[in-house]
Design a protein around this ligand. Structure first.
Ligand code: COS
Length: 384
């Protein structure tokens, strides 16, 4: 088989599952999107729906109660949900992000304790890496943990953490050896939300993604047993990096979904809206915009699917490809949603239409899971 034929294939049964998710997104999620954005309430009912439909099982292997369908299928699902509502897509994305450290580096005991309950949707995780002084540079974090007998005692705070207040447990990164230097001497821990000393200090008021709470967990002498360490002590930075090199594909798939959702709406609008006696879709100025939006999004989608297949195969260059997919998809989503607002004109600028929400939601895809600038840094490092 040629290298090109190996890029990716999507078996019919996964395409069928994608179509089912598309229908659920269209019929059950899209009608709720404006209200979720306006009220900024976490959609517990839609989370239950995702669990009932086995969608929250997508990031997990069969042995842990998941679907065992891999990363490409997960990307397809995130894309379909994000077309309807990016906040609801984030529920699935965090189910992956917050459990990847356990899947990749956790002990069998941690896997058995946490993965099946996440695959069934009973539990939600969170991934707590960023801090007020350590965003793009998590290697400079200040949260620390010291050993006390068989326990570790964690102190510090995190910020911009998705699922804050919702999650049943947090994967927390803390410095355990201050003498090791930048990005070294860091350890990953599981911290259950009911541990004494754990709290959410505050919640962020954001431009978009209103349906997903983002907050600042605080650790005040939080005690966890050694069994809650993920991977090796002082090797946690690698746990974070190997998680992010995979999870950023979720943000990329979400960006493609947001872009396609905006295109679909703008095309339908342009066919209906008449000015100067004709549908505005008959004007070349609008046709060229829509054509470019569609072409850019199709290109971003190919990169996301290709990178997803690389993660599934464990290719050596997956880091470069997931960063390229995230960079291209996020910048595309931003550009495309700005243009969608332009196609709708004055209507597009109001919240009577969904494209301004999509534009606000698109912005975060250029920031979280590594900014576009960080993706360029990761890609550039592979070019030496
Ligand atoms: N997988 C495994 N290990 C990795 C890795 C990866 N993808 N990338 C780096 N590492 C390892 C390195 O091999 C190095 O190991 P040693 O200590 O054994 O030498 C260690 O991690 C430190 O690597 P490096 O020196 O490259 O670290 P930097 O501090 O320069 O970090 C970037 C590099 C910019 C890539 C990192 O800080 C980063 O990803 N920043 C963005 C963080 C982010 O995405 N935040 C979003 C919020 S979380 S949702």
């Amino acid at each position: 088989m040629s290298a090109l034929a190996d890029l990716y294939t999507i078996p019919q049964e996964l395409l069928d599952f994608r179509d089912t998710i598309r229908q659920i997104a269209r019929e059950r999620i899209a009608p709720r999107a404006a209200e979720i954005d306006r009220t900024a309430e976490y959609p517990h009912d839609l989370r239950r729906l995702l669990a009932e439909q086995d969608i929250l099982g997508l990031p997990f292997e069969i042995e842990h109660g998941g679907t065992g369908t891999g990363t490409l299928m997960l990307s397809l699902a995130i894309e379909e949900i994000a077309k309807a509502d990016a906040s609801v897509a984030l529920i699935l994305m965090v189910q992956d992000l917050g459990t990847l450290p356990i899947k990749l580096d956790g002990s069998e005991q941690l896997k058995e304790r946490f993965l099946p309950k996440c695959a069934s949707g009973e539990w939600s995780p969170a991934f707590a890496l960023s801090e007020p002084e350590a965003g793009s540079d998590p290697g400079g974090m200040l949260t620390h943990a010291v050993q006390d007998g068989d326990d570790w005692v964690i102190n510090g705070s995190k910020c911009w953490i998705s699922n804050a207040g919702i999650a049943d447990f947090y994967v927390v990164f803390a410095v355990t050896d201050r003498s090791a230097g930048h990005s070294r001497g860091i350890t990953a821990f599981v911290v259950e939300a009911d541990r004494p000393g754990f709290s959410i200090g505050s919640y962020e008021h954001k431009l978009g993604i209103h349906g997903s709470p983002t907050g600042s967990p605080v650790f005040d002498d939080v005690r966890v047993p050694a069994a809650n360490v993920i991977g090796e002590v002082n090797r946690g930075f690698k746990v974070a990096m190997s998680t992010l090199e995979r999870s950023r594909l979720g943000a990329a798939a979400q960006a493609v979904g947001i872009a396609q959702g905006a295109i679909d709406y703008a095309v339908a609008y342009a066919n209906e809206r008449k000015q100067f006696g004709k549908p505005i879709s008959s004007f070349q100025g609008i046709q060229f915009k829509l054509a470019e939006m569609e072409a850019r999004t199709a290109a971003a989608r190919e990169l996301v699917y290709q990178a997803s297949a690389k993660v599934d195969r464990g290719d050596a260059d997956l880091n470069k490809f997931t960063s390229m997919a995230k960079l291209v998809a996020a910048d595309t989503a931003m550009a495309v949603t700005v243009e969608a607002v332009q196609v709708l004109g004055g209507y597009g600028y109001t919240n009577d239409y969904p494209v301004e929400r999509m534009m606000r939601d698109a912005k975060i895809t250029q920031i979280y899971e590594g900014t576009s600038e960080i993706q360029k840094l990761v890609i550039a490092r592979t070019l030496r």
